[in-house]
Design a protein around this ligand. Sequence first.
Ligand code: HEM
Length: 424
Amino acid sequence: MTSQPHPPITTPPAPELFTWEFATDPYPAYAWLREHAPVHRTRLPSGVEAWLVTRYADAKQALADQRLSKNPAHHDEPEHAKGKTGIPGERKAELMTHLLNIDPPDHTRLRRLVSKAFTPRRVAEFAPRVQELTDDLIDRFAGEGEADLIHDFAFPLPIYAICDLLGVPREDQDDFRDWAGMMIRHGGGPRGGVARSVKKMRGYLLDLIHRKRADLPERPEPGEDLISGLIRASDHGEHLTENEAAAMAFILLFAGFETTVNLIGNGTYALLTHPEERDRLQRSLAKGERTLLETGVEELLRYDGPVELATWRFATEPLTLGGQDIAPGDPVLVVLAAADRDPARFAGPDTLDLSRRDNQHLGYGHGIHYCLGAPLARLEGQTALATLLTRLPDLRLGADPADLRWRGGLIMRGLRTLPVEFTA
Ligand code: HEM
């Protein structure tokens, strides 16, 4: 008897990254990378070469590794990549000295000061206002029978919420809405408009901080806003300077805005395309329960979270990650979306299970840069989804999923529009 030769072991070809198909559904490409090239060097659309880290264990290690700096000064930048790793338009300016661009000991000092002002208690006290904002926005389109949930709901909610929390007067909040709109639409695109918007925002925040400092009474007043809290925060006699307070207010806006838009957008989309899970949540809300809502929002973050890749890190010394040598100056991007679908960490990672336990996802990062705004994001996400499903019980997609367009930026993952229909 002749034995059949084994078929040759073949590896499917490496997927193309950063294409239109990839922006629509990056998960098959991430599965390939996790399996065949878990720490993978690639050229990004901007021309910068970076390592992509896709396995959960490596991702968690990288996020906590102090040899990976957040300071772009450590980037060994080739000429063609200069200026491509910062917030567009504001690379050298004062606003760049913020939590996501600095390392200890500066990071420790600033994070401690902001944590004194931006407390979980302040966020909890803000819950009624978030509910009010949510209801007001839904009131505006509830009679129409259709809406674009990104434009009409997911986009304005976080910007008004963070402006209110910071203490930006209501009459100025639409300016912020416009500046933020420019940043979200053109984040990776034409620089001019974005740079102008960032500049206007910075000028406005500096001016507001200046006025608030002048008006600040000796003692804290109940319900005082976050900017006043930032000005007042002190630690062993240390305070934030006006520039640091402006940079802090800016990063709270910047880090807390598009992320939350996408949590609401991606989360609603996932619910509308998983009718059994959505029914389960709706029944549980109707009974006045909160547990499934709380585990559900965490699962939506894991399943299709707003932050596809954590923000930049740069090696400060030679290191090995997932068996791969990384040279000093090399940029490293931790792919949270890939790590959170790693079958080595999550059972049935491609299944949406709103009651998933043991769900230590990396959607808010890990280590010293763990998301400072997580309590606010949870509050907004839970309020938004619960209120939508309760007030518009027959909410459904108003477009074929194949026709929806994803924004395809590098760091964030989110829909451009989310057309929905419901009984008015
Ligand atoms: C950091 C995710 C909402 C403020 C981070 C990081 C992630 C993240 C992954 C770490 C980035 C890294 O290590 O490179 C999210 C998600 C959100 C959200 C998924 C919404 C669902 C918010 C909100 C705020 C906020 C609402 C504030 C209003 C911040 C700040 C940092 C941060 C200040 C930097 C912390 C530090 O470097 O110490 N966030 N975020 N985030 N986030 Fe969030």
